[in-house]
Design a protein around this ligand. Structure first.
Ligand code: GTP
Ligand code: MG
Length: 460
């Protein structure tokens, strides 16, 4: 898929609402001829003399045949999402009607839109920059409060304006240095090396902070990976099921029931957690179980959070101490969760309360104290940093560009340290500008655009 210039002049059409039966369906057209072509099949007012942002009732007809009674909304260029003429036709939500309307327009020369083509036109026509366009897709797919907030603030330009500002300051320096280059042999200095160094160091701090925010951003977008780990029969699968309210994982009294990991998402307090139930940790000669155990260990390393679950009836303090030591050495935050309180074991319970007062006592089987567990999970992941409205990077592409920006900024500093000549400094600055520009779309290639918009849905 690539968009040639002539294709950009086409009028495009797509269903903007989900496929299938619904109360209404919205079909969207964008392009120079959108209004005029709609007018040719619409019976009601003459659409070509109506004002922008008005809605009109009438029928869509194929020759004599009425396809449906519809509402037509008009957005006249440039006051529309794509900055082109846009028509939105609300029909009754039947796929038969939708298909008839789409076919009718396609017969009239309208082209079916490619995925993301409306948003791509909006970008190409300057409605917003590339990072904002990408946020449109994130917003549609956001399924929790935090991911929604991150996408919304990016779409509204928070992240872009930060990048833009950095870029503008660098452009200023670049032009000074290029000016010096023009003077060639003469020994003039328009751009103070000290000021440039100070600016680059400031930029580096901002870029590093954005790079660091990616971990958090990633977690917000894809869910906090949370591993439930412990000995066989601790009740890990029971806990997963209890949190999900669904019999997702097989539970049995046989130790070693879960072999492969099983995962699902749960929304806790507006944050998506990806809970991963794993094979119980033990030495085993069973080949398949052993593979499961080594997968558990891998999952634990890449987790943001571990729920260390143990059976109060089947564990002693020595064992718990040993496990906690191991977990502390791994460095992944973890919660100590004692399961099967319903069965008692008052001695261990009081030992634990003494030695590890932050232990959470639950019964996964009876769904006891799960609310306490959930709120402790929320406290531990601490997303406050995000809630205060800091800019968070959620997009891998932006992350890559930021990492490359950091490298080229470091190159500028090294160059300044070694007192390299202007043309080298200018080159490194241009490289930084290039990578920053990639984020907002000042610098784009067809491949890049194709990659981004191909992940959009059709009609967006
Ligand atoms: N009494 C009691 N039994 C429980 C509780 N939670 C789980 N069980 C029982 O403990 C046994 C093991 O539960 P599972 O959830 O399969 O344990 P697991 O940790 O997933 O075990 P593996 O997959 O073998 O590693 C089952 O018989 C459960 O019914 C609980 O809170 N109280
Ligand atoms: Mg299990």
């Amino acid at each position: 898929m690539s968009f040639s210039l002539s294709e950009q002049n086409d009028t495009i059409i797509a269903l903007a609402t989900p496929q299938g039966v619904g109360a209404i369906a919205v079909i969207r057209l964008s392009g120079k001829d959108a209004i005029q072509l709609t007018n040719e099949v619409f019976f009601g007012k003459n659409l070509s003399i109506q004002e922008s942002h008005t809605i009109h009732f009438g029928t869509i007809r194929d020759g004599e045949k009425i396809i449906d009674e519809v509402l037509v909304s008009l957005f006249i260029a440039p006051k529309s999402f794509t900055k082109e003429n846009v028509v939105e036709i609300s029909t009754h939500g039947s796929s038969y009607i939708v298909n008839q309307v789409l076919k009718l327009f396609i017969r009239k020369g309208v082209r079916p839109a490619k995925p993301g083509e409306f948003t791509q036109r909006a970008f190409l026509n300057g409605q917003f920059d590339l990072a904002q366009a990408e946020a449109v897709a994130d917003l549609i797919h956001a399924d929790s409060e935090t991911s929604h907030q991150a996408a919304l603030s990016q779409m509204r330009g928070g992240f872009s304006s930060e990048i833009q500002e950095l870029r503008n300051r660098l452009i200023h320096f670049a032009s000074m240095i290029e000016l010096e280059l023009d003077f060639g042999e003469e020994d003039v200095e328009f751009a103070s090396r000290e000021e440039l160094r100070a600016l680059v160091e400031r930029l580096l701090r901002v870029v590093e902070e954005l790079i660091l925010s990616f971990d958090l951003g990633n977690v917000i977008k894809n869910g906090v990976p949370t591993v439930i780990a412990g000995k066989p029969n601790a009740g890990k699968s029971t806990l997963l099921n209890a949190l999900l309210n669904e019999e997702k994982a097989i539970v049995s009294e046989i130790a070693g029931t879960t072999r492969d990991f099983i995962e699902d998402e749960i929304n806790i307090g507006g944050v998506i957690f990806r809970f991963i139930d794993t094979a119980g940790l033990r030495e085993t000669t069973d080949i398949i179980e052993a593979i499961g155990v080594s997968r558990t260990q891998e999952k634990m390393k890449s987790a943001s959070l571990i729920l260390y679950l143990f059976d109060l009836g089947d564990t002693d303090l020595v064992e718990i101490n040993r496990d906690i030591n191991k977990l502390e050495n791994q460095g992944v935050p973890f919660l100590k969760v004692a399961n099967k309180v319903d069965k008692g074991n008052s001695q261990l319970i009081s030992e634990l309360k003494d030695k590890y007062p932050d232990t959470i006592f639950i019964s996964a089987g009876n769904k006891e104290n799960l609310e306490e567990l959930k709120s402790r999970i929320l406290v531990l992941v601490n997303l406050d940093k995000f809630r205060t409205g800091n800019t968070v990077v959620t997009n891998v592409r932006h992350y890559d560009s930021l990492v490359k920006t950091r490298e080229s900024l470091l190159d500028i500093l090294t160059g300044l340290d070694n007192e390299v000549t202007n043309d080298f400094v200018a080159m490194d600055i241009r490289r930084s500008l290039h990578f920053l520009g990639e984020i907002t779309g000042e610098i784009t290639t067809d491949d890049l655009l194709e990659n981004i918009f191909r992940n959009f849905c059709i009609g967006k």
